[in-house]
Design a protein around this ligand. Sequence first.
Ligand SMILES: CC1(C)CN=C(N2CCN(c3ncnc4sc(CC(F)F)cc34)CC2)S1
Length: 492
Amino acid sequence: MVIADLLKTHFPLQNIQDVVELFRSELTRDGEPNLAILSIVLGAIENTLTVNRALPNEAECERTIEPIFPILELSTVEALHEKFVTLIKGSVDLSEFSEKFATRDIVKRISDTVWNTLTRSYYKDKAHIQSLYSYLTGCKLDCFGVALAVVVACQVMGYRDVHLALSEDHAWVIFGEHGQETAEVTWHGKGNEDKRGQPICLGVAEKSWLYLNGHPVKCSRHMEVAAMVSGINPSINATTDSLEMGSLQQELLWLLYDLGHLARYPMSLGNLGDLEEICPSPGRPPPLALFQQAIDVARRHYAGAHVYPHTYLGGYYYRQGLYSQALSCWADATQTIKRYNYTREDEEVYKEFMEINNELLPHICKMAAVGAVDGQRGFLSDPECYVNLLRLFDGICGWEEGSQTPVLHIGWAKNMIFCLSKFEAGVRGKIEVHAEGEEEEDEKDGSDTEIDSKPPSPLPPPPDITIKAPENDGPTPPPHANGGADEEKIRS
Ligand SMILES: CC1(C)CN=C(N2CCN(c3ncnc4sc(CC(F)F)cc34)CC2)S1
């Protein structure tokens, strides 16, 4: 599979704009964008800008720092591309691969080829091992990277039906004449036997967050480009990001946005919102618009089955100090997770809710109680906030109901009680709890606030509980927990 001449005209790549123009050309050309080339290019640049990067010390900061954007030659990219094509075509008997559409056997064979060329053992959560560059130069890929490599390999083999399917913490492939087949091609999490080659059965998918109840993001080739751009990791270390890499990711996401390829991809809209919060682009929609667009897309195209659009927006509001709004988003998030049964493969979203329930919420309530939260005066006397706090806890409890694995432990309960007890007694009298399907009462005089009476499963009658403020002063607030985004990072 030769590299098209059109593509070659963009090399050598010397700056961000050159890369953006290469991507624009590939995304607007006839036929499919060359996923292998684009992944190699992103991986090569990321490697130069983030891996083993010597950072200037204080003194050096005074001097101008020489430009470090790598000059990426066509020959480098061509050699790696050739290596990939040879490896893939060399590992499968071409005569068997004559059908127009992929079969489970072919997908499994290609997954085996990628799988068997990986380094025997390496740290799977390492950064910067998501691209074909990492695969071809270091034989390392993370969970997402393996799935992407399989899809890229299928493109090299000429299968236009094999596409990436993405949940909020897993990736697999769809294939067949109508894209009706599914297959695991990578592993998930720690200590879980990989299920490569197996289909994702509806029985497994329907109550599991990991498979989004059958509503994953099903990528086109252009959305597969969006996935690799979203997968860019600008981190140099735990506290510093590469300014150039972050800027390249942001530029490429706006290019994909303008071409419409983020329109069915909530998490990439969330990624772009996070980048815009750090470094706003003049003339572009604000972060809030992007986070709200992501929620809207998830509601309209994925049956509201996605959790992260709500936690993206909740984290943003939290960082902006808009705690009532953050609480409302987090309640929407738990009302979403409530539909699923918790399994041990759901750790990532469990950690999200653990941070919200056990760190962020107690911190907000503690601050509000000492009146330190001026913008949120009244938080603890606002019935809307109290309703959302109850919706949030209802969602978490609903998540546990019907699950094989418990969600809550005493730490959760203590924090829930701590937060509930911070609210003023009077606020409890201003709300009404309606169970699912209960006859709507006559229009109220507007003084009461109603809990969302449309949860998917009927609300059990509220138990008689007495709420006591804990003896101690409650949990110590988190240092800078911030709703899922990384600690304040330096961009160099
Ligand atoms: C609100 C949050 C805690 C902030 N970041 C979040 N991310 C969630 C995961 N992210 C993603 N962003 C774009 N696409 C994908 S596909 C995927 C699953 C993987 F196995 F393929 C993850 C993911 C980006 C970062 S959720």
